[in-house]
Design a protein around this ligand. Structure first.
Ligand code: BTN
Length: 246
């Protein structure tokens, strides 16, 4: 029943987006659960919330996994929590202590080292496929404020494939967490979240800002913030952190 992450491995020199490539494979009906698509370069890499994802040719890790979940739609958040947690464990193997910036950005201190874009395909009300897309800065730091890379942090260059191999090893090895007790997974995710226990500034969709303290996440994944002693929940599009974080 378990997925073999990396059961099929496709390596491309260039593609629009590995997430699109995975979606096409699924649509053709020829996709195997756990297939990995890696690219050296993306011409239209996508990030969360409609942002683009920059490519630096062959320097960084970009891949997608086509994954057939064995849980129901109401627990869809499992993959988001699990994939981010596994990045924390993976970066530890490279000597780096990462934290998760909700919902699933990977940070070292106040700088982003990678991000996750999950796209889902439903069949009626059934969660049929998930596409887990990851971009990790291995040898190059994008020209953005607040970004870093494994090379920038450690002074060592690694092949992107080496990092992917470690990530797949952990994804495969920890699957009991992915499918195990829901509250345990939620708790582990919360422990891995950064920027807790400090007063932060947030901005709402309507442009108003407020300060509050991150408490954790709701069972559907929303961010829970204590605002003047009152607990409030926000979905991903509803709120953003005001960076740089003081
Ligand atoms: C984010 O931080 O906003 C998420 C970034 C996700 C980028 C990866 S790179 C591989 C995969 N293909 C894409 O087009 N996006 C994801």
């Amino acid at each position: 029943m378990m997925t073999k992450f990396g059961s099929v491995f496709i390596q491309l020199a260039s593609v629009d987006s590995t997430n699109n490539y995975a979606a096409n494979l699924i649509q053709q009906g020829s996709c195997q659960d756990g297939s990995v698509i890696m690219a050296d370069y993306q011409t239209m890499g996508r990030g969360q919330l409609g942002n683009s994802w920059q490519s630096v040719s062959a320097a960084n890790l970009m891949f997608s996994i086509a994954f057939r979940p064995k849980y129901t739609l109401d627990e869809q958040i499992r993959l988001s929590w699990y994939s981010a947690l596994i990045w924390q464990q993976c970066l530890l193997r490279f000597g780096l202590k990462a934290q998760i910036k909700w919902p699933n950005d990977i940070y070292l201190g106040k700088q982003k080292i990678g991000g996750i874009l999950i796209e889902q395909q439903l069949k009626g009300a059934v969660l049929d496929w998930c596409i887990l897309g990851c971009g990790i800065n291995v040898n190059a730091t994008p020209e953005l404020a607040q970004a870093t890379s494994i090379f920038q942090e450690t002074g060592q260059k690694f092949k992107p494939l080496t990092v992917l191999t470690e990530y797949l090893d952990l994804l495969n090895g920890q699957q009991k967490l992915l499918y195990g007790d829901f509250l345990q997974l939620k708790g582990l995710y919360e422990e891995a979240m950064g920027f807790r226990n400090q007063l932060l500034q947030f901005e709402k969709k309507d442009g108003t800002s407020f300060s509050g303290t991150i408490v954790g996440v709701a069972p559907q994944g929303q961010l829970q913030i204590a605002v003047e002693g009152e607990l409030q929940s926000f979905a991903n599009q509803e709120i953003r952190f005001l960076l740089p974080l003081a």
